[in-house]
Design a protein around this ligand. Sequence first.
Ligand code: PLP
Length: 457
Amino acid sequence: MKSLSNSAATIRDYDNTHFMHPWEGMAEFGSADRTISASAEGIYVYDQNGRKLIDGPGGMWCSQIGYARQDMADAIADQVMKLSYNSPWNTASAPPALLAKKLADLAPGDLNTVFFTTGGSTAVDTAIRFMHFYNNRLGRRDKKIVLSRVRAYHGSTYLSASVTGRDQGSNNLDIEKDRVRLLSDVNPNLRPKGTSLDDWCDAKLAEMEALILETGPDKIGAFIAEPILASGGVIIPPPGYHKRTLELCHKYDILYISDEVVTAFGRLGHWFASKDVFDIQPDMITCAKGITSGYLPLGACLISDRLLEPISGEGHENTFFNNGYTYSGHPVSCAAALKNIEIIENEKILEHVRAISPRFMEKLNALRDLPNVGDTRGMGLVGCVEAAVDPSDDQTRAERLQAFGNKVDQKCEELGLIVRPLGHMCVFSPPLVITEGQIDDMFAILSEAIRLVATEF
Ligand code: PLP
């Protein structure tokens, strides 16, 4: 076979010609000018020209322990040589068994059973399919509707995309509409002037209860919620919201699925945020991303004993949960997750996040003093800066906001920082091993970029 060249120009050409990226922009298809990541170490990514960039989004909210860890590489290589694949249908193997036990120990309450998936979307898909299975087994065949929220992101399979509240009207893909109901945006910044956070929370709860009653509690199977709406723009619901929505779920016998694909494995300074940060005990938790720090693909759906008890064991002969993937419990991915958890434990990375996040928040909130910054918000090591620009005669406000956001993204990259382009928002979730000095560097670049773009605007 002719060997393929890997010069930057060739990579760009092949990438444009043959690789359809997630959320591919069809206008730019075939001619995009993406930065080419060549290598990475710690919190830094190096591009094709050797330029060093701080990884602001931590890959895609997943790079907890940072890049190029030799111990992780060794753990992966060891497992490859020991057992590179095992069919989860036919036989058991050590890595998924050890990891399932570890996750059961780390997860709150009775979330003792783990269904391994290939990533976050398939974890969400599994949680919803499990709800279907559970209600079918209990003879409640109509109890299948999922309550979700505007601006929520839950994935890209048919079911997980259907419960995603972001961009629903604007995309061109079909979704399952009959079995989904969306609640309005919980962002406290949207509350009318003079409305307290408590009143905002009351209003959101009243809306949720009204929707449940209008739809019929016997038709609603689950409520799915990210503790913090990450891709929706790092939206933190008002205090008390999580507990009160869980209480409503209990009242109407609706399963609570906490989508911790972003928040688990240390992003908010804890293994899982549901209980430790928001004091709720969900019926299922979905997670992925940080479970392996992005070294290998893996997701998991954690299921409570309470749900499994009435639908398993004696009396349930010849009943199968017909859901599964060739790579469920992949031994190499699970070995990577075990090593990742060991590193987080040994290096006290959760404690580090808790210690360093006040600095992160202080620097983030200081950006509010800059021109054109409308809002900043965050928690743990996840944050968002939202632009605010005056509308002009020739462009609509949304277009100008988007243009401002894009320019900030570009400027940041020129100055040595990757940010996640999300329209008029910049979101951050740097590797959890980031130091105080590196946080300062990251925000220094961002402030400079905002200042420069504001002057040009
Ligand atoms: N759930 C949440 C909260 C997410 O943020 C994401 C991805 O960003 C997903 C699910 C989907 O995960 P994946 O892209 O691994 O399928």
